[in-house]
Write a protein that binds this ligand. Structure first.
Ligand code: GDP
Length: 302
């Protein structure tokens, strides 16, 4: 049967009871368990090394008290370190001082970017905002149509715009559409414009240049990287690539209703320095929630 990290730690500390001090020798089994559990949870190797070292330093010399067993003390140290790494507080959604605020959605194709754009719009609407959605994916008509369908089903404003058939679709068209949408949002009294961008199967230079141009044009208050939690280390690598170019303001982990252990959250946070802001927990528009560091840590530790 699946044994979670807390249980593994309890087991590796069975021999250490009563009063005493946690030492290098009696902690080595526990450190191995922590290392394995973090790797199994999809935490990036470099992040694991750092974390384990922090935990080891904290744990060593800890006095074993009668109030907590050694394993409970280690579980607490690991828990606190993970929460610290993720940022203790729920990261705020940022808006611009002058509406409309722009949210630029970034990520690879299939990560859940379009679904998440609509979910975010609905969440903002529930919070009293007046969002508008636009898809600037001029390369895939199906992507624009998909956003139109979800916008309609959730009753969120959508700027459809018209593609100019006399020009070849490309970055100039993307920028034109984005600019028009921002103007339309302002005219329509919408305070937040969510821009769903074109995704590619991998990081490619054209996509990245286009994202950089969009950032320059729109001056977004949020650049949110959408990552499929099920893709583990790949999500971490693309988060890094997007962050190097765009300096993302946050990440959204989708498909957390699957069996992903959540380690990608730790790694993305550590590798980009940006907070995880939301989680996607299903295909429906309301399967979406602000990210709570504590919950993901519980998921990793069991
Ligand atoms: P995009 O290519 O990045 O725009 O991705 P889509 O928004 O089209 O999503 C790709 C697939 O993932 C679709 O089938 C979505 O229904 C699904 N999806 C998106 N977010 C979630 C989620 O949080 N949970 C689950 N189970 N599926 C999701």
């Amino acid at each position: 049967m699946f044994e979670n990290l807390s249980e593994k730690l309890q087991r590796s500390f069975k021999t250490l009871r009563g009063q005493g001090t946690i030492t290098e020798e009696n902690i080595s089994d526990a450190m191995r368990e922590i290392r394995l559990a973090l790797l199994e949870s999809d935490v990036n190797l470099e992040v694991v090394k750092d974390l384990v070292e922090h935990i080891r330093v904290k744990a060593m010399g800890t006095q074993v008290t009668t109030a907590l067993s050694p394993s409970e003390q280690i579980v607490k140290i690991v828990h606190d370190e993970l929460v610290t790494l993720l940022g203790k507080d729920i990261a705020k959604f940022r808006t611009a001082s002058q509406p409309p605020s722009v949210v630029l959605m970034a990520g690879l194709q299939g990560s859940g970017k379009t679904t998440t754009s609509a979910k975010l719009a609905q969440w903002l609407k529930k919070g009293g905002h007046r969002p508008m959605l636009v898809s600037v994916d001029v390369y895939r008509p199906a992507a624009r149509a998909q956003l139109a369908v979800v916008a309609k089903s959730t009753g969120v404003n959508l700027y459809e715009g018209k593609l100019d058939e006399s020009v070849q679709n490309g970055t100039p068209e993307v920028l034109r559409l984005a600019k028009e949408a921002k103007k339309e949002a302002a005219n329509f009294g919408c305070d937040i414009l969510i821009v769903d961008t074109a995704g590619r199967l991998g990081i490619d230079a054209v996509l990245m240049d286009e994202m950089a141009e969009l950032k320059k044009l729109l001056n977004p208050s949020e650049i949110l990287f959408v990552a499929d939690a099920m893709t583990g280390q790949d999500a971490v690598n693309s988060a890094k690539a997007f962050n190097d170019l765009l300096t993302i303001t946050g990440a959204i982990l989708t498909k957390m209703d699957g069996d992903a252990r959540g380690g990608a959250a730790l790694s993305i946070r550590q590798v980009t320095g940006a907070p995880i802001k939301f989680l996607g927990t299903g295909e429906k528009p309301d399967a979406f929630e602000p990210f709570h560091p504590d919950r993901i840590v519980s998921r990793i530790m069991g």
